[in-house]
Design a protein around this ligand. Structure first.
Ligand SMILES: Nc1nc2c(ncn2[C@@H]2O[C@H](COP(=O)(O)OP(=O)(O)OP(=O)(O)O)[C@@H](O)[C@H]2O)c(=O)[nH]1
Ligand SMILES: [Mg+2]
Length: 459
């Protein structure tokens, strides 16, 4: 089916750029390319030396539309595994659109989102984890996310999944021997073997899932909630970190009503900073809703920046806040350090436990570098961890591993209860099948279509 159509799309980002690329893939790629691109030293792409750049012009009949370079990549040694022609022209939207129109008139059809990568998958060039890694690289925020995506692209996740599936297959085979002779019970030896085999799978799988929480942070950023009493200086702190006047700052308590989210990068990991409505008792309806949102943000946060006005004695709201961050990942900020201080670090630790306490002045910027340093230390340790181990950065993979683990756990307890071999085999087969969905060995067309729908056009 796929060989029948030749697809084309603009592969570079919309907007102005020095160079823009049109990608054409399919059995007719060379012919389609030759119809719109006239090369100086070669009559057509069929006659061209593959993987060599040729200078030429995009032409519309006698009219030259743009000049550029054309390259022919012969299948199966191309991104899609099919014949591919890429035209590198000037990166103006006008030139690219006009060239794409000519390419479509010459016989190509417009590519769907992710269709180039989908063809690479269907042609067996890459598996599903690698296809998804391509998209993760394109959308990576921060160096740690990029490192992980690259490792998935190189097949690290596939190798892990294949390894576990092989182990499961071995165990299933051992069980099948017993199933074929139903009158015989599973021998103790086999049972022990199966149990220890399952334990060897279970442990690493649990570790992988635990690490995948880190994976989410790397992908989406460390969700950081700035919370505290009204007028403590939360919005001032947000603005100081962003180095711009993003949030409204006034001396009226209760200025911020809605949660404001902004992304910044400190160290290799992105932070999603959330400025929130100040915590206090109020009868104002709008402020009440704002405070409710603050509480939600706090719950969802990976990190809490608890801001206190250090120039004023601790209030009940401050005490409640400090007590609520006990045991959470948090940094306490004593703001307004430019004024005489009323709150000591010891008083903070007595309520919040052993947390970093940083004195600074959001308004004048002093002490801000201490906070940035503390944040970078936090993200650096996450960076270092990410460099070493494999993790799951994709929610689809997390869900599948979780499901596969449940099946392994069921099989283990079935073993322990002395259940018949075929019962155990059912769970193991389910686990094997579920893991196969990660790499795409056992997926249906519907799922594949939905995965590639999230891709961008031209990839
Ligand atoms: N002296 C001094 N004043 C500050 C400092 N940081 C903030 N302020 C002042 O404190 C007041 C409140 O600051 P905001 O940043 O609006 O406080 P907030 O915590 O966002 O307050 P709400 O939005 O009402 O919850 C403003 O008048 C700021 O100028 C500081 O470091 N030193
Ligand atoms: Mg505010």
């Amino acid at each position: 089916m796929y060989e029948e159509t030749t697809i084309a799309a603009i592969a570079t980002a919309p907007g102005e750029g020095g160079v823009g690329i049109i990608r054409i893939s399919g059995s007719q790629a060379a012919d389609v390319g030759s119809r719109v691109f006239r090369m100086k030293r070669c009559p057509s792409f069929r006659a061209a030396e593959p993987w060599r750049m040729y200078y030429g012009h995009v032409v519309d009949g006698p009219r030259a539309v743009d000049e550029g370079l054309g390259v022919y990549m012969k299948g199966p040694h191309s991104y899609t595994g099919e014949d591919v022609v890429e035209l590198q022209i000037h990166g103006s939207m006008e030139a690219l659109r006009e060239t794409l129109t000519l390419v479509l008139e010459a016989g190509a059809v417009l590519a769907d989102r992710g269709e180039f990568t989908k063809r690479a998958f269907l042609n067996g060039r890459i598996d599903l984890t690698q296809a998804e890694a391509v998209m993760d690289i394109i959308t990576a925020r921060g160096s740690a996310a990029l490192t992980q995506a690259e490792s998935h692209l190189s097949g690290a996740l596939s190798r892990y999944v294949h390894g576990v599936r092989d182990q499961l297959k071995d165990l299933i085979t051992k069980l099948e021997v017993t199933i074929d002779y139903p009158e015989e019970d599973i021998e103790d030896l086999t049972r022990d073997e199966i149990q220890s085999g399952l334990r060897a799978i279970k442990g690493p799988m649990e570790e992988l899932l635990a690490r995948s929480e880190r994976g989410r942070i790397i992908r989406e950023g460390l969700r950081t909630a700035i919370v505290g009493r009204p007028n403590a200086g939360k919005s001032s702190l947000l603005n100081a970190l962003l180095q711009e006047d993003r949030a409204i700052v006034t001396d009226i308590p209760g200025t911020t009503r809605d949660t404001i989210e902004e992304s910044i990068r400190i160290g290799g990991v992105p932070l999603v900073l959330m400025d929130t409505a100040g915590l206090r008792h109020t009868d104002n309806q709008v402020e009440k809703i704002g405070i409710e949102r603050t509480k939600q943000s706090m719950q969802r946060a990976d990190l809490i920046l608890a801001v206190l006005d250090g120039s004023r004695p601790m209030a009940d709201e401050d005490r409640q806040l400090l007590a609520s961050i006990r045991g959470r990942q948090a940094i306490v900020i004593l703001n307004k350090y430019d004024l005489p201080q009323e709150i000591s670090e010891d008083a903070v630790r007595a309520l919040a436990g052993d947390v970093p306490v940083i004195s600074l002045s959001a308004q004048y910027g002093s002490g801000l570098s201490d906070l940035e340093e503390a944040l970078s230390r936090l993200t650096e340790s996450q960076d270092a961890e990410s460099g070493r181990a494999l993790f799951l950065t994709n929610l689809r993979h997390v869900e599948l591993v979780r499901k596969a683990l449940l099946a392994v756990e069921r099989a283990l307890s079935a073993c322990g209860l002395g259940m018949p071999a075929d019962c155990i085999a059912v769970d193991l087969t389910e686990s094997w099948h579920t893991l196969g969905e990660i790499t795409g060995d056992t997926v249906d067309d519907e799922l594949i279509a939905s995965i590639f729908r999230n891709f961008c056009v031209g990839k």
